[in-house]
Every structure is written in structure tokens, then in C-alpha cells.
Design a protein around this ligand. Structure first.
Ligand code: ES4
Ligand code: ZN
Length: 327
């Protein structure tokens, strides 16, 4: 069919990807050698073999270990530039990148090193690849709200270099309510607000993210499928869900793509988008996600493809003037 080509060539936005999750094993080993960092894996292949996850936590343990090779501004630049080159090939016209400053500041890397490296890659992606990039600072929810506050304050000298804040890491036992005050502070600063909710956590966490944090989009949100009332609300309010199909399979959130709740979410009128989450760990970039999904869902065609890609552009935080040129 013509669909794979259409999906690959159509302009799209990527709204849910963790830049540390784009570190390919080859780049992890190259940066480890460049920086003299010892890795607990003998080879690229041995590291890739470890990518067999049973849940979110089993992934996060390896993901934080991989990020330990990032020390200098150039390392953050090289990581983000490698992602933008792949995004451009996938016809991503706009990408909003999550980054986890606490993963780096805890190892003694200054937050300015992280933000400057990533921000310079965004500027170059815009100039050389025609991909507009923006940064969203994520708080690690397994750490305290006090630690999140300190991170936000440390980032303020670079306020102009990021557009919003998010919430990621271990969801269960760390509800959005834990971060109500720091999100209120971020809102005062004029930052956009998003949060991971309803990946492993219950539908109530999605409601908390909306009602207590005031988020504009929900990252994942697939467990909304368990609550008819919540589904109706998300559809009525057109709250975008940034869904990551290959991630959901790799972390055992869904059994396989053919069982994914996406068809029901889309049919119920939710503004769902397709994203890669941690592309180096979960089996591919945004077009790999789209192709695998449409392959697993034979009832989906051009109508669904158009809707999903239009949703991604409309749900982005790009200025209205820029979005008007896309849709
Ligand atoms: C993540 Cl898939 C996922 N969920 C929560 N936090 C994350 N950080 C990176 N990937
Ligand atoms: Zn994520």
C-alpha cells in the first residue's frame, strides 16, 4: 500500500521523547571512551543485550546508567544533534525534547553545561536541518519536591532556553500531588506544563495532573481507557495524549501493538499523538513507531494517519504563527 510512504514523508511533530533516551549504544561507548568513564558492559552488543525490560523501573535502571557517560557540553550537543539528524530524516518539523537535569547535577555536572549543550543543538537543528526544537525540563518524581524546586531555581539563569516543565521517572507511589507547589511556581514563571501520567499509574493520576498541576498535555495517559468518565472529559477538553506505542510494548504496559488501546482512544475523540519516548531503547524513532503501529492495525488507513499527524502539529507548543504554516 501507499501508506508507509505517506507516513514516512508527511510532516509531523514529536512531543514526547527523552533526549537521554536517544543515546544509542555506539554513542554511549564512544562517549565513555572519550571521557574515561567505565561501563559495566564489555561491548556494544552486551549493552544491547541488557535491553530486555519487564517494567518501567527495569528500564530506568539501565537508562540512568547509560546517561553516566555525559559530562561535557559537547557530549550533550552530540547526543541531541544525533537525534535531530534522525528526526529530520523522519520528516519531523518540530520536536519538543525532555531532559532530566537531576540525572546530571547529581553526578556533579552543572545544569548550565546540560542546557547550553542541548540548546546549541536546537539552534543548529533549526538553522541546518529546518527542524524547530524546544526543551522541556523534567523533574524526577522519585526524588523530593524540594529537590525539584532546587532544580528549577538552578535553571532560572537559562530560563530563555526551555519552554516548559514535565514530570517523569518512576510513576507508581509518586503521584502528581507530590509536585503541586513546584508546578504552581513553574506556572508563575510562564512555563508550559506537562506530566507523565497513566503509563503505569492509575487513571486518578491523570486527573491529579490536570486538576492539581494544571498540565496542558498528558504524557502516555493510556490507562485513561479504564475510566469512561475520564475518557469523556479528555475528549471534551481536547487534552492531548502523547502516546508511545513501542515503549508501551517494551515496558509491558500493553502485551502487543495489536492490543493497544489507541484505536479506542482515537475513536472516542481524544487528541492522541504518536511518539518515540526513548528511541534508542524501545526499538525505534517516530516513523518506526508509526510503521509498526499501522502494520499491527490493519483497519487503520490514511484517515487515521492524517488525524494522528495533524494532532501532533496542533498539540505542539510552537507559536501559533508557526503552527498555522503546518495545518
Ligand atoms: C521514561 Cl517511558 C518513561 N516513563 C517515565 N519516565 C521516563 N524517563 C524516560 N523514559
Ligand atoms: Zn516518557
Amino acid at each position: 500500500s501507499a501508506l508507509p510512504g505517506l507516513l514516512a514523508r508527511a510532516p509531523k511533530a514529536e512531543l514526547h521523547m527523552h533526549i537521554e533516551g536517544s543515546l544509542e549504544p555506539e554513542l554511549i561507548f564512544a562517549l565513555a571512551a572519550r571521557n574515561g568513564v567505565a561501563l559495566p558492559y564489555a561491548s556494544v552488543d552486551a549493552l544491547r543485550q541488557a535491553y530486555a525490560f519487564t517494567d518501567l523501573q527495569s528500564f530506568l535502571d539501565i537508562y540512568y546508567a547509560g546517561a553516566s557517560v555525559l559530562l561535557h557540553e559537547q557530549d550533550f550537543y552530540d547526543m541531541a544533534w544525533a537525534y535531530f539528524e534522525k528526526a529530520a530524516r523522519d520528516r519531523v518539523v518540530h520536536a519538543e525534547l525532555f531532559f532530566d537535569p537531576q540525572t546530571h547535577t547529581a553526578r556533579g555536572v552543572p545544569i548550565g553545561t546540560v542546557i547550553q549543550g542541548l540548546s546549541r543543538a536546537c539552534a543548529d537543528a533549526n538553522d541546518r536541518l529546518g527542524v524547530s526544537g524546544a526543551l522541556i525540563l523534567c523533574f524526577l518524581r522519585h526524588l523530593s519536591e524540594e529537590d525539584a524546586f532546587a532544580t528549577l531555581e538552578q535553571a532560572l539563569p537559562w530560563r530563555a532556553h526551555f519552554i516548559g516543565v514535565g514530570l517523569d521517572s518512576s510513576e507508581r507511589g509518586h503521584p502528581p500531588s507530590k509536585f503541586q507547589r513546584v508546578f504552581a511556581r513553574a506556572a508563575e514563571l510562564g512555563l508550559q506544563l506537562v506530566a507523565h501520567a497513566g503509563e503505569e499509574g492509575p487513571p486518578a493520576y491523570i486527573e491529579e495532573a490536570l486538576d492539581l498541576l494544571g498540565v496542558e498535555r498528558i504524557d502516555h495517559g493510556v490507562r485513561a481507557i479504564e475510566s469512561q468518565a475520564l475518557m469523556a472529559r479528555l475528549a471534551k477538553e481536547r487534552v492531548p495524549l502523547t502516546v508511545c506505542p513501542l515503549s508501551n510494548v517494551k515496558l509491558c504496559v500493553v502485551h502487543d501493538l495489536a492490543d493497544h488501546p489507541l484505536p479506542q482512544l482515537l475513536a472516542a475523540g481524544l487528541a492522541v499523538t504518536i511518539n518515540s519516548d526513548d528511541p534508542a531503547y524501545f526499538g525505534g524513532y517516530v516513523n518506526d513507531n508509526l510503521l509498526a503501529l499501522f502494520d499491527a492495525l490493519p483497519r487503520w488507513g490514511a484517515r487515521e494517519a492524517y488525524q494522528l499527524l495533524r494532532n501532533s502539529l496542533e498539540a505542539s507548543f510552537a507559536p501559533q504563527s508557526q503552527r498555522a504554516a503546518w495545518v
